[in-house]
Structures are given as C-alpha cells and as structure tokens.
Design a protein around this ligand. Sequence first.
Ligand SMILES: NC(=O)C1=CN([C@@H]2O[C@H](COP(=O)(O)OP(=O)(O)OC[C@H]3O[C@@H](n4cnc5c(N)ncnc54)[C@H](O)[C@@H]3O)[C@@H](O)[C@H]2O)[C@@H](O)CC1
Ligand SMILES: Nc1ncnc2c1ncn2[C@@H]1O[C@H](COP(=O)(O)OP(=O)(O)O)[C@@H](O)[C@H]1O
Ligand SMILES: [K+]
Length: 508
Amino acid sequence: MVSAYTGSQVRAAERPLLDRGEGAALMARAAHGLALAVLRELERTGAVYGRRVAGVVGKGNNGGDALFALAEIARRGVRTTAVLTGGTAHPDGLAAFTAAGGRVTEELEPADVVIDAVLGTGFAGEFRPPLPRPAATVVACDLPSGVDADTGTAGAAVWRADVTVTFGALKTGLLVGRGRELSGTVEVVDIGLGPHLPEPDVRSLDDAAAAALLPRPRDDWQKYSRGVLGLVAGSPDFPGAAVLSAAGALATGVGMVRIVAPDEVRNLVLAAHPEVVGSLEPRGRVQAWAVGPGIADDGGQRRALGVALGSGLPTVVDASGLEALGEFLAADPRSRGSAAEPRLGEVLARIAEEGTVAGEHLVLTPHAGELESLLANFNSASDAPSRDSIESQPLHWAREAARRIGVTVLLKGPATVCAAPDGTAYVQGSGHPYLATAGSGDTLTGILGALLATGTHAGGHGSARPVELAALAACIHQRAGRLAAKGGPYGAGELAQAVREAVALFAA
Ligand SMILES: NC(=O)C1=CN([C@@H]2O[C@H](COP(=O)(O)OP(=O)(O)OC[C@H]3O[C@@H](n4cnc5c(N)ncnc54)[C@H](O)[C@@H]3O)[C@@H](O)[C@H]2O)[C@@H](O)CC1
Ligand SMILES: Nc1ncnc2c1ncn2[C@@H]1O[C@H](COP(=O)(O)OP(=O)(O)O)[C@@H](O)[C@H]1O
Ligand SMILES: [K+]
C-alpha cells in the first residue's frame, strides 16, 4: 500500500524533531537523498566527473536542501552553480555550497541537470517560476516548485520535472491533478518521520495491496455463494455497452451474471457470452448490482435502476444511470415518485429530501463532466464546481461529492480517485492513455460490479469496503489498459482479455 500525506501533515510530523533540535539532521538526510538521485541521473547519461549541475534556489529550507545536495555533488568533481531567486539563501546551506566550490551566478548556467528548489511545502498562493524551464534534465527538490502539496494544483508555467525527490513521505499533490503530470518519476527519501506521521491523507493500492484484496479461489465456492451480479445495461440504441460490461465482469470473475435488458440487447450479450442469464425485468437473487452503461432513457431500464437502488445491495451506478439520477434530482419535487417509476422515485426522493442515501455501498462512477452535472443537480447546489475545477482538483471534488451525496464516488480520469463519505480516499494513477476510448468505462463498471458481488458478502472473499473495491477495480482496469497497450491502440472490446491477464497477475 502506498500512503500519501498533505504538506501540513508532513510539516506537523517534522515539528517534534525540529523541537528536539534535529532540523539540521533532517535536512542532511533530505539533501543526501537528493544528491544521490542527481548523481544517478548523471551516471545514467555518462560519467559524473566534470559534468555540470545547477540549482535554482529559493530562500527557504527547500533551497537549503538543494544547497547541501549541491555541496555533496561538487565533492564528486561536478561543476555546481546556483541562482538564488530570493536574493538570500539558507545560510548554512550556502556556506557548505561555497566551501565545496559551488558558485553563485546571476543567470542560470548551462547544465546537465537542474535542481528545482525555489519552493517546497512552504508554498502558498500564486507562483510563476523566475525563469523559463531549461532544456536540461530537471530534478525537483521535494516537489516541483509551485505545485500545491495538498491538492496537486499548479500554475500554468510551473516546470515539469523528470524526477521528483520527495522527503519524509509521498505528498498527496504528487498523485493527483497537475502535480501528477508535472512530477515525473517520484522517489521518496526516508528522513525518519515514520513514527510521527498520522493516518495518511490518501492511499494507493500497489500490486501487493491489490493482490491482498482479490478473492483467492476457494474449494467451497459454488456459483451462488461466490457472488451473482445483476447487470442493468444496454438499450436498443446502445446495445454494445451491455456486452462490454458483461465481458468486464466475467473477466474479473463472478459466480454468475444476470443481465436485465430489452430482448435485442440480451440476444447480443448471449451471442457473445452464452453463460450470462437474462430477463427483461429484474428477476432472481443477486449479491450486487451494476447499473447504467448504455441504458439511455429506456423506461424499463430506469425502473430496473430503481429496483437496484432500493435493494440496499452494493450497487455501482455509471453513465446513463448517473444521468437518470441527476435528472431526477433536478426535477420538480412533485414529480418525484411518479407512478411510472415508483421505486426510483421513492429512493431518489429520499436522497433529495434527506440530503443523503443509504450509504457507501452505493458507488457512483462519473467522469468529470458527469460529476459536474450530478453536483449541479444535487440539492440545486449553488457552489457546484465546473468540469475544469473538478479536473484540476479531482481529490477534493470526489471527496466532496462522496460526503454531500453520502455515497462512494469513483471519479475517472488519468488518475482515478475513489472516495468514501467519511473522507477515506484512494488514488490509482497508473493506467494508459489508450484507455481513453469509448466503452472503456463500461468495462470498468463490469469489473467493479463483479468485485462488489464477490467481495462484500460472507460467501465471497470477506468484507472489503466498497471504496477499497472501487480502487481495486481501477487498479485492475489500469493494469489491463497497460497490458493491452503493448500490442498498440485498442478498442474497449479487446480490454476484457487483458482484464483476465491483470487479474491472473494479481492472483498469482
Ligand atoms: N523543516 C525542516 O527542517 C525540513 C524541511 N525540509 C524542506 O523544507 C521545505 C519547506 O521549507 P520552508 O518551510 O522553508 O518553505 P519553502 O522553502 O517551501 O518556501 C520558502 C518560503 O517562500 C515563501 N513563499 C511561500 N509562497 C510563496 C510564493 N507563492 N511565492 C514566493 N514565495 C513564497 C514563504 O515565505 C516560504 O516560507 C520542504 O519542502 C523540504 O524541502 C526538508 O529539508 C526536511 C527538513
Ligand atoms: N488519459 C487517460 N489516461 C489513463 N486513463 C484514462 C485517460 N482518459 C480516460 N481514462 C480512463 O478511461 C476510462 C474512460 O471511461 P468513460 O469516460 O466512462 O468512457 P465510456 O463512457 O466511453 O466507457 C476511465 O476509466 C478513465 O479513468
Ligand atoms: K521544489
């Protein structure tokens, strides 16, 4: 499991050590880690001796780290220079730097590696880098200067780092939003904060954590106890979404998929997956529901959404299912609970009136545009965010949506954020841009549906929280996206095979 912390959490963890007079030792450890990373970059591209490293150094401790690192690098026969952006610099760092032969320059001198050390966790407000980004390899000290350590937001001109060496703990801002795009390869240097760190702000499943959440095949499995997924997907105009989500579920592993869909959609699904059973209306027991891919405004499918929402079972709502939810929330209250959609009406009226729903077992899987509509409709929120602000602060808005609506939210994007109503959050950010293809989200809905069906009841593999299974679904989907990309671009129809491979890798 990877844990990440806000800038203030890391600063608070440093506090007791600083109070004990260990500030210089912390800085020495940070600087040493930074120096090793820079030397590695030099070694990767030739010899170390005689090369050039420059620092762009601010007046705070972030600049101090870089000056001590430059001193260590200089002792390896590297020509080191530093531009001091604040006029002054960390006094001990500057003394060590000049004693080791480093030179302070007015302009940034040409270099093989440039250390970005203008600002670290002390950054607040607005920031424009004092110089344009040089063509050299850039190593960011703690975080790219101008990236907000808590949110990952950053101004337009903030430098993109090739490598970010971050101290004490991974910062949340390096996992999400622009911070993720700008930080390159991230390396965490242990400076001894471990015992002082609180519960992490966010987590990310690594391979081991994903494997631990996956069901292990058990001798006592039978198809019903393993978990049955009820899938409400597809409509005459969008039959393919049903095929893709069924494929995602089957490739993840589930006792049975029961599809609810119009005849022509069921026929198509059965032609592709004869093992799926189906009906026009919800029928038979299931352990979880996945609702929404391709259902458009089909009346029957919307009624089925109501059945799923009213069941109290773990339920993933995606795509047109979210639209149905949003439209209803925006509708005249008197039309809620209309005879046409009684169950849906009843459940949604409760959402709207109580400002909450039955809880975290309901997982909404919007992309930024869908979340914008949902939040705009929910309780007619006047402070609803734009799509742009959701994209620049995905963690904040996924959490906010989860809290306001009282559900689990999986917010899709290059990094996918999963948040529970209590603020627990996971970020999974190692997919592949080829995943941005129509129907890719339908596959994800199937994966998550299968995990909810098998993973949240005693007959399955324990009692994982929906937010954990949402993160696991994103993790499997992303791994599948990367595996499939080895063969070049693909359509979502080809993803399911890679989903099986990804599950097999985690289960190995
Ligand atoms: N406290 C310590 O002893 C340690 C600190 N560490 C380093 O120290 C960094 C934090 O150091 P500081 O607290 O000195 O802060 P920074 O070095 O990040 O920033 C320096 C100062 O810049 C100013 N500033 C803030 N926002 C600005 C803006 N938008 N434009 C221009 N100036 C702005 C502030 O006055 C701030 O204190 C960490 O990122 C890390 O690199 C590490 O060395 C570990 C130990
Ligand atoms: N640039 C990207 N890099 C990695 N993954 C991406 C990127 N863009 C989108 N994705 C992923 O692709 C999927 C697209 O889902 P969605 O937008 O619902 O598509 P659809 O509705 O067509 O199925 C999501 O899981 C999302 O996280
Ligand atoms: K920095």
